[in-house]
Design a protein around this ligand. Structure first.
Ligand code: GLU
Length: 296
């Protein structure tokens, strides 16, 4: 079924090569976009420069090509988007929605309660009027964020209670993931976000920020996350083995199986993807376990 104006994206962090978990996210978002005759953009999330591994972005791009996951238009690089992030911060600043924060991680670890994604900022610096050389936080409104996830249904989260005012620019000058994703999804005109359920905890913060910046909220589909043998998310940090782009078929077939597409046949990548595309149906995805934030 074609959805007019569908625009999806894959947004890997180049902290290592593509692994099976990220292939699943890439394939899920590619299939969803192509099944709706949509466009699929690629964005390299290299905003957090200390985490970037030299050469990893190129390795990811080459692997995506080998897996047949072709993208539309030029690749967006977050490391080149500083001006847009600064413009968004200026706008929030003018609206009185930002404040400087001098709290250290240690202060927070000692004082903050834990929420869905780490310490909840207790608001220590909210009224201090601090400015230069600090982290910048967004004033989060006291209201529940509700959104419709295409797999989970209604999801609700009280961001003020679960996260508190969150950081948009760190004290070392680096713009954060939350800021960069929201500014870039808007700049790329993304209408549909399909990504791993490990990012479900970030979605309510991103919606708060979209509302503060007055940009549209895309549709969300959070995919089940691939776990390793000990039940943790398969990730570059936990040493997930890289994929072999010279032998794309076994991994592609396994990723399709993980996404509930059975065992699509096919002797080459193009064939296999065509079959997976014909079968793609988000309703067939395996259920999400333990990923709920809370229903509306
Ligand atoms: N860069 C993030 C990651 O690799 C994904 C961001 C997103 O899809 O919003 O986990």
């Amino acid at each position: 079924m074609a959805t007019a104006g569908y625009r999806g994206r894959f947004a890997p962090t180049p902290s290592g090569p593509l692994h099976f978990g990220s292939l699943v996210a890439a394939l899920g978002s590619w299939l969803d976009a192509r099944a709706q005759s949509g466009e699929w953009s690629l964005r390299i999330e290299d905003v957090d420069t200390p985490r970037v591994v030299p050469g990893a972005a190129d390795t990811i791009l080459r692997a995506l090509e080998a897996f047949g996951l072709t993208w539309d238009g030029p690749v967006m690089w977050q490391s080149r988007r500083g001006e847009s992030y600064r413009a968004a911060l200026d706008r929030l600043q003018r609206a009185g929605l930002l404040y400087g924060c001098a709290c250290s991680r240690k202060d927070l670890a000692a004082r903050a309660r834990r929420g869905v994604d780490g310490p909840v900022y207790p608001g220590t610096c909210r009224a201090r009027g601090l400015r230069a050389g600090l982290a910048w936080r967004l004033r989060v409104p006291q209201r529940r964020v509700l959104f419709q996830d295409r797999l989970l249904g209604r999801v609700g989260c009280d961001v003020a209670r679960e996260c508190g005012d969150f950081v948009l620019r760190r004290a070392d000058g680096i713009h954060t993931y939350q800021l960069a994703v929201v500014v870039d999804d808007a700049a790329q005109g993304i209408t549909h976000v399909v990504r791993g359920a490990d990012l479900l905890v970030s979605t309510p913060r991103q919606i708060v920020l979209q509302q503060a910046l007055d940009v549209p909220t895309p549709a969300y589909l959070h995919l089940p996350v691939v776990l390793d043998a000990s039940g943790d998310k398969l990730s570059k940090q936990t040493g997930a083995p890289p994929l072999d782009p010279l032998r794309p078929l076994p991994a592609l077939r396994a990723a399709a199986r993980f996404l509930g597409l059975g065992d699509p046949a096919g002797d080459d990548v193009g064939d296999l993807l065509a079959q997976a595309l014909a079968r793609w149906n988000p309703e067939r995805l395996p259920p999400l376990r333990g990923a709920r934030l809370g229903s509306g």
